[in-house]
Write a protein that binds this ligand. Structure first.
Ligand code: G6P
Length: 611
């Protein structure tokens, strides 16, 4: 949500060019407007507009900017419409201070009234502009001193980069609740919302913590807190390659990430299956056997697709480890006075590791006495750092706004956790654990087989491209897959779609079914299969058009369904890893055929760092 980047260097490279490239990489975080500011001609020069980063690039071709330091931003609007005027960077009255910001200044209206009362003139409707005027008014010898003084008055969240015309070459960054890291180069330093913006130039990053203020000059960087105490933070290495954030021949990141899933599932499993002992190796969990024994219940907190994987995880963990699991929307959980106690394990699931609601839910659980474990993809992210232990997905960067490969890796991770807890609690016999691990190990090959269904799915997409509504139905472990399939379709194609437990359909959604309505059934051969077939009969009787995702070799469905896509058989608890893939492909192809911007869907953002 909003991408921030800042750069300062020793003059060997042009800041504007680096910032622009960084914005291209950050665009998935928000894309309604973009802007850039550099130190030039003894002042600060900006270019900004409503639109995408390529539009900004065109503007810069007509009105070039050059400098050795600067800041830039790509926006997902919160306060103020996505207009050129409201695009960042924002400046003070004299245009000597420029600010880019990710987050929300909650007391912006009060601050604005006070600043206007003191004679400040605002040019935009944004909360961010208050920061520029506050810094303008704040005392201090240096820009960092003025930023610290200004932040005293601020309530809210921010990942900020600030520059002052009076101190060319210096960028000041501040973090409270919105992600920010520094990039350490050779004679050049970066600040960015995430590593994708700077990986081309350096792999050495320093993750800032809440309360940190960083000062970057071509000579080096310093981090300190609001009382000006120096803070020492480790320098981490980014382990993934530039290749993983490039399209590499695919048309869209979503398509690339769908097709990466055989590899990403393999990567999630790598080094974690210990067949002889029938256990999963999860060293980062930091749970002793006594801790595992003492868990009375588990609460999973998550949002969006991660919440759906949590629902699958509930069935896996309850079945393998016999621990009751509740799955909560993070945004709801945190305001309900969590009753977490010592014997509750809270699991925060988040691809980005930065989702504000999940982070706050996790903090609320911790405050209520729970131990917290993170299931996260982005290494070094806030949730990963604040958890007591965790499991990384190792799925590589996910750029497509519609999450795909993270979902399958999350389920695989939850399956590993289920076996781990089942073993630690002495519940699963060795042979059963070994059998489950074998099923897990087969998944990458099976995923590749499901991906080969793409031509069939594309034909289906052509047939249903003009649908106005769609219903997705599943039972048991495939009910969350129905939710996920419907979410994928609505996110990127804007077709109204609902996911429902198949049996629950007759209590409402059945009223929607007519000859126009595509109904997607998740019907792998498992213990609820015959029940699902009964639900299909109910839809068929009302003229609904059925698409079934079922198991290879299944010849049962005959004329009951209009279309069948068959996925390989696996352990029933793992079937969501396979059944979801045709639904990802279906949403993708329908969206492409409808001319939708698959990687930048309307109104959405990849990493939702506001509550
Ligand atoms: C946004 C994204 C979704 C994602 C959700 C949770 O809404 O568009 O794809 O599932 O956030 O994100 P997280 O990073 O916490 O998994």
């Amino acid at each position: 949500m909003c991408g921030v980047i800042g750069y300062t260097g020793d003059g060997r490279r042009d800041a504007a060019a680096i910032l622009l490239r960084g914005l291209h990489r950050l665009e998935y975080r928000g894309y309604d407007s973009a802007g850039i500011a550099v130190h030039a001609d003894g002042g600060i020069v900006t270019r900004k507009l409503a639109g995408r980063v390529p539009d900004l690039q065109e503007l810069l071709a007509l009105q070039p900017l050059h400098g050795v330091s600067g800041i830039a931003h790509t926006r997902w609007a919160t306060h103020g419409a996505p207009t050129s005027r409201n695009a960042h960077p924002h400046m003070d009255c004299d245009e000597r201070i420029a600010v880019v910001h990710n987050g929300i200044i909650e007391n912006a209206d009060t601050l604005r009234r006070a600043l206007e009362g003191c004679g400040h003139t605002f040019r935009t409707d944004t909360d961010t502009e208050t920061l520029a005027h506050l810094i303008e008014d704040s005392p201090g010898e240096t820009v960092e001193a003025r930023v610290i003084a200004a932040l005293e008055h601020v309530v809210g969240t921010y990942g900020l980069a600030v520059m002052s015309a009076d101190e060319p070459g210096k960028i000041v960054a501040a973090r409270q609740g919105s992600p920010l890291l520094l990039g350490i180069g050779d004679g050049e330093y970066f600040v960015a919302s995430d590593a994708s913006a700077i990986i081309e130039y350096t792999r050495s990053v320093v993750h800032l913590d809440d309360g940190d203020i960083a000062v970057l000059t071509p000579q080096g960087y310093h981090i300190f807190d609001r009382e000006s105490h120096v803070q020492l933070r480790p320098v981490d290495d980014v382990t993934w390659d530039l290749e993983s954030i490039e399209l590499g021949g695919y048309s869209h990141f979503m398509q690339k990430e769908i097709f990466e899933q055989a590899d990403t599932v393999r990567s999630t499993l790598r080094g974690r299956l210990v067949f002889e002992e029938g256990v999963a190796r999860l060293n980062g969990l930091n749970l002793t056997p006594e801790d595992c024994d003492g868990i009375d219940r588990i609460t999973i907190v998550a949002c969006g697709t991660s919440w759906h994987s949590g629902l699958v995880g509930r069935q896996i963990i309850e079945s393998l480890a016999q621990i009751p699991v509740a799955v909560e929307y993070a945004s709801e959980y945190r305001y309900r006075r969590p009753l977490a106690a010592r014997n509750t394990l809270t699991i925060a699931i988040s691809q980005s590791g930065e989702t504000a609601d999940t982070l706050q839910a996790m903090r609320a659980a911790r405050a209520a006495g729970s131990r917290v474990v993170g299931i996260v993809n982005v290494v070094g992210s806030t949730i990963a750092r604040e958890s007591d232990g965790g499991i990384y997905l190792h799925a590589g960067p996910e750029i497509g706004v519609a999450s795909t490969k993270a979902f399958t890796s999350q389920i695989v991770t939850l399956a590993l956790l289920g076996v781990y807890l089942g073993h630690q609690r002495g519940l699963l016999p060795l042979a059963a654990r070994q059998e489950f691990l074998c099923r897990l190990a087969q998944l990458p090959t099976l995923v590749a087989r499901v991906l080969a269904l793409e031509p069939d799915v594309r034909r289906l997409a052509e047939e249903f491209v003009h649908a106005r509504n769609a219903l997705y139905l599943g039972r048991g472990v495939n009910f969350p897959v129905a939710l996920e399939g419907a979410l994928k379709l609505k996110e990127i194609s804007y077709i109204h779609a609902e996911g429902y437990p198949a049996a629950e359909m007759k209590h409402g959604p059945i009223a929607l079914i007519d000859e126009e309505m595509p109904v997607v059934f998740l019907a792998p051969h498992d213990e609820v299969y015959t029940k699902v077939v009964s639900n299909m009969q109910e839809v068929r009787a009302r003229g609904g058009r059925i698409i079934a995702i079922t198991t290879e070799g299944n010849g049962d469905l005959g004329t009951l369904v209009e279309h069948q896509l068959r996925v390989p058989a696996t352990a029933p608890l793992l079937s969501p890893v396979l059944t979801v893939i045709p639904l990802q492909l279906l949403a993708y192809h329908i969206a492409v055929l409808r001319g939708c911007d698959v990687d930048r869907p309307r109104n959405l953002a990849k990493s939702v760092t506001v509550e």
